[in-house]
Design a protein around this ligand. Structure first.
Ligand code: SF4
Length: 1009
């Protein structure tokens, strides 16, 4: 944090005698520094620092104030009281719990725990008129935000009920449900002895209002208040401030309304509490240059809050730059590259923040790009705890123990340490599970009898089963916290990490401890709750994507921070990268402006736009700043790493691999298996390769890589054993170093290829040729790793409610049209409804809110469908017609839902959709209907002019015309996909939109921290 020259206004803050004082001014004018000097001044007069309450809105600001005061104040002193509003309110309530009518052991829980609490009891919630659509987490997350907003605005359920009772229509019914939901939510919390954060400030405020003697004690404890970030003074916080300020000797408060993350209104609240409060205005920013201030003004222009006109820069420091990237990967790689270079030139990693829109959605791509370059990073916010590999391992074991049908969980438990079943053996297991219709654990049992399982794999499966049976036997016999701690020890997650010698080791160990702490807290709240109930709650908690209250991450000072843009506030950073601004909306403007003005040296505003011809000014926060600040947009494309460019990064990555391999081999030396010698030799070979990379990175200037490799290989050949030489010869490192890497994914494949035998036998083939469908092609292009999980491993999955519903609608429509194709009379609407009724009963749907809503939508959709069919000139001529043809060496196959003869005598292929709209622009154009059209021509000899997606639930039919060169485009695409599958290039392609819906997130390494 930069300290600044002391202005006259700042001196007046220090010298302020008594009563309230408001300091206003934009970022960088020295408000926080002035508040700190005020504390020093008070202390220099003999006051104990612990009698000054320093209150902030963000934890970041509290940390900054604490650090600053610790550096300014001479010990000894009792303690510093630097807290957020909620922490201060909790402290008051805890000291006076009985007077507040609370159990002294009450717990304050955040959104993640509350959301998990609602999700596990979702069936009890009154949400018949809120659309669930198979995803309660999304709906409940939105409703929880609404509850918090209503509470922050002081709106009670009774008021909501009264308002909705005076209205009619679906919106009023939903409002009434929200009112009921708030009451149920509060009742559930009370039963568990918990408070939500929104309640603590109002409860503390009410306690002080109703108990003057307690207020007097609090005032006696803290006669002086120092409040920063007053712009985020919500009505609840204001209620507390109003009570604190009355009896205080002094209250120095700083406000910058343009940084109000909660919206306008704080200034009016302050004035209502302290009418006529003296104001000191600071206008000169010593920390920020004119570009940063102009950028902030541009983002905020036209909004509800604009910065004060007098705010100006005192220096020319700092820069604002603009980036445009061809995709999220390219953007993340560009950030990682620049950050790596900056660190190489001496920048402190802890002074760099990368601000993303949503850390669960966008943080993974950035973290992966940083990891690829060996840059230490901490992804904050969101469910950071649940992105840690060992925490995910533990959750996978817990889920697998609670439900052996949970195939992703069992898969993770099998493939991660300590079992580490290899890919090829996992593929054999899933084949057994599918063929014999077994859950994955029973498939493990069955595999032991199979001659196709190698002795090494049998050993690994036996060790899994032995651990599984022991843990399953104890599952119902221990309290959740005891069980989790024992599981962690028994499965050895802690031991695996202890000597991994990576910088994040401590953080990972802490993560495991936090998981056990979460179990302890849960058991305390619900002493009779079973471990199975805890597992259900923990799974819901992990799925919320929100930060766990108990797990406040301690930023690693030596790591780059990846935060959500709203979490940047409260700290000063040397460099701020704001990525994904193309997705930013008007509601993000204050957070973006705040992030820009948190950068001392440079702020980079980055957007993704694949179209280089698109003008930079298309609206939105990015463009507003670009228009005002000006300059050049730097263009970034996805990079193709080459060894010459990146030997250091490869070295760092290989170094981690060597440490992991040696740890693994070392463990096996204590518990030898049949393949221990192989693993030991591999570990030594990896070390020799690391030596090779170190030598190459330091080769004499001008030396050619290929010559150096030959020379180094000659020397290594003199020290390696024949087994190690054989391993070196099969290594892909040399080709990797020599070739210009085709894509960056090869680096990970390199590692994979060393330890994993080929999966060729499990690729979907007929004879030697691949068999592909349109959805296979789409899936591979979306994420090759997802294709591997779904199509190569074929990890068994229970169908989701959306999938079951889609099958039902397809069956109903097929049966409806069949009689006419057979020359019989079509049954009309009555027949259609009767088919739906029968299908609904047979499909095993129940009467949960979600299922009943699907039923309502199905009835409405069938009526719409019948009406629009009655008006159509088209005649269905084939239903569920199959095709197969070849593109190059690959078989393309598929089944078309419906083929119509159109009114003009042509043909149309139709695909029914019951889910989201297809993005036909993605992947260079529509894939599915194009393949159907080519399939019709090739397999049926039928020229099909048009193709449509029929969105049955919306009653909308969207025609997708055949584009020019469609056949060549599809051929090129299919051949590229086929080549990728055959070469087993299954590099993950994490993308926010796809990963959030991916069924394999638990198994996917790209979804980890
Ligand atoms: S989580 Fe994302 S990266 Fe991983 S397999 Fe799924 S889609 Fe691919």
């Amino acid at each position: 944090m930069k300290d600044q020259p002391q202005s006259a206004g700042s001196v007046r803050v220090s010298d302020h005698k008594s009563g309230p004082l408001l300091i206003e001014g934009g970022a960088g004018v020295g408000k926080s520094a002035a508040l700190a000097r005020r504390v020093v001044r008070l202390v220099s007069g003999g006051l104990d620092p612990s009698r000054v309450a320093v209150i902030t809105s963000t934890s970041n600001a509290a940390d900054e104030h604490r650090t600053r005061l610790e550096s300014l104040l001479e010990p000894p002193y009792e303690a510093l009281v630097v807290l957020t509003w909620e922490e201060f309110a909790e402290r008051v309530l805890r000291r006076h719990a009985v007077a507040a009518g609370l159990d002294p052991t009450f717990e304050v829980v955040g959104p993640a725990e509350r959301l998990a609490m609602l999700l596990v009891r979702f069936d009890q919630l009154p949400l018949r008129h809120h659309q669930i659509r198979g995803n309660p987490t999304g709906l409940m997350s939105g409703l929880l935000k609404r509850i918090d907003q209503l509470k922050a605005d002081g709106i009670m359920p009774e008021q909501l009920k009264a308002e909705s009772a005076s209205e009619s229509g679906p919106e009023a019914v939903r409002e009434s449900e929200v009112a009921d939901l708030i009451e149920i939510h509060d009742r559930m919390l009370a039963e568990l002895g918990c408070l939500d954060r929104a309640d603590v400030c109002s409860l503390a405020g009410r306690l002080l209002e109703e108990n003057p003697e307690i207020t007097a004690r609090v005032n006696a404890d803290f006669p002086h208040l120092v409040v920063d970030e007053l712009e985020d003074l919500s009505p609840m916080r204001a209620a507390l401030l109003a009570q604190l300020i009355v009896g205080s000797e002094s209250a120095a408060m700083a406000i910058d309304e343009s940084r109000a993350l909660i919206g306008p209104g704080a200034r009016q609240r302050v004035e209502a509490i302290t009418p006529g409060v003296p104001v000191i205005t600071l206008e000169e920013s010593f920390r920020l240059g004119p570009d940063s201030i102009d950028a902030a003004r541009a983002v905020l222009a036209g909004g509800e809050i604009t910065p004060a006109a007098g705010w100006h820069a005192a220096s020319d420091s700092g820069s604002v730059r603009f980036w445009r990237s061809g995709g999220s990967q390219a953007e993340a790689q560009a950030v990682a590259r620049e950050v790596e270079h900056a660190i190489g030139e001496g920048a402190d990693p802890g002074s760099i923040v990368i601000a993303v829109g949503d850390s669960n959605r966008d943080g993974g791509v950035v973290a992966a790009a940083l990891a690829e370059r060996g840059v230490p990073a901490t992804v904050g916010g969101g469910a950071a705890l649940f992105r840690q590999p060992e925490v995910r391992d533990t959750i996978a074991w817990l889920r697998a123990l609670a439900d052996p049908n949970d195939a992703p969980a069992v898969t993770r438990a099998l493939t991660r340490p300590p079992v580490e079943l290899r890919s090829v053996d996992l593929a054999k297991l899933t084949v057994i599970a599918r063929r014999r219709k077994l859950d994955m654990v029973s498939a493990c049992d069955a595999a032991l009898e199979s001659p196709q399982i190698s002795p090494e794999a049998r050993q690994r499966i036996e060790s899994f089963l032995s651990l599984y049976r022991a843990a399953a036997g104890a599952l119902d016999g221990f309290r959740p916290d005891v069980f989790v701690r024992r599981l962690v020890e028994r499965v050895g997650f802690r031991r695996q990490r202890l000597f991994a010698a990576k910088p994040e080791t401590a953080e990972r160990l802490l993560g495991l401890s936090r998981l056990a702490d979460i179990a302890t807290t849960w058991s305390r709240r619900d002493p009779t709750g079973s471990t199975r109930e805890f597992i259900a709650w923990l799974s819901a908690l992990a799925d919320t994507g929100l930060a766990v209250t108990e797990f406040r991450e301690i930023p690693d000072a030596g790591a780059v921070q990846v935060f959500e843009v709203s979490e940047v506030k409260g700290r000063q950073w040397a460099r701020v990268y704001l990525v994904g601004l193309d997705r930013a909306s008007d509601s993000d403007r204050r957070a973006i402006a705040t992030a820009i003005t948190s950068a001392d040296e440079s702020a980079v505003l980055s957007r993704v736009d694949a179209d280089p011809k698109r003008p930079a000014t298309t609206g939105g926060p990015y463009d507003d700043v670009f228009t005002v600040v000006g300059g050049m947009e730097e263009i970034h494309e996805e990079e193709l790493f080459g060894p010459a460019e990146d030997l250091h990064a490869t070295y760092r990555m290989m170094r981690d691999e060597v440490i992991e391999a040696s740890w693994r081999a070392g463990r096996e030396l204590n518990e030898p298996r049949l393949d221990t010698a192989i693993d030991v030799n591999r570990a030594i070979t990896r070390y020799l390769e690391l030596l090779k990379l170190a030598a190459l990175a330091q080769r004499p200037e001008g030396a050619v890589v290929s010559d150096s490799i030959d020379a180094i290989n000659g020397l290594l050949g003199q020290v390696a054993t024949p087994e190690q030489l054989a391993e070196l010869e099969t290594s892909t490192l040399d080709p990797y170093l020599l070739a210009n890497e085709r894509d960056r994914g090869l680096r990970q494949n390199l590692i994979d290829s060393k330890t994993e035998p080929s999966l060729a036998a499990f690729l979907p083939k007929r004879g030697g040729d691949l068999r592909l469908s349109a959805s296979d092609v789409d899936l591979y292009l979306t994420c090759p790793l997802k294709y591997k999980f779904g199509r190569v491993f074929g990890i068994p999955q229970a169908p989701t409610i959306n999938q079951r519903f889609g099958i039902l609608i397809h069956n109903v429509l097929q049966r409806y049209h069949e009689p006419k194709l057979a020359g019989e009379e079509e049954g009309g609407l009555t027949q259609l409804m009767s088919l739906l009724e029968q299908g609904w009963r047979r499909s095993g749907f129940g009467d949960s809110n979600d299922e009943l809503q699907f039923k309502d939508r199905a009835y409405a959709a069938m009526k719409n469908y019948w009406e629009s069919e009655s008006k159509s000139d088209n005649e269905p001529v084939w239903l569920e017609r199959q095709f197969e043809f070849k593109i190059g060496p690959h078989y393309m196959r598929g089944r078309v839902d419906r083929v119509d003869r159109t009114g003009d005598g042509g043909y149309e292929v139709i695909d029914y959709k019951t889910g989201q709209k297809v993005n036909t622009e993605r992947l260079g154009g529509d894939i599915q209907l194009a393949i159907y059209r080519i399939g019709a021509a090739e397999a049926w000899d039928l020229e099909v002019g048009s193709g449509s997606y029929y969105y049955v639930l919306d009653g909308e039919k969207v025609e997708i015309a055949a584009g020019e060169g469609e056949v060549e485009r599809i051929e090129r695409t299919v051949l590229g996909v086929g080549e990728g599958i055959l070469s087993q290039d299954f590099e993950p392609r994490p993308s926010p939109a796809v990963c959030s819906w991916c069924d394999y997130r638990l198994v996917c390494p790209a979804a980890e921290a």
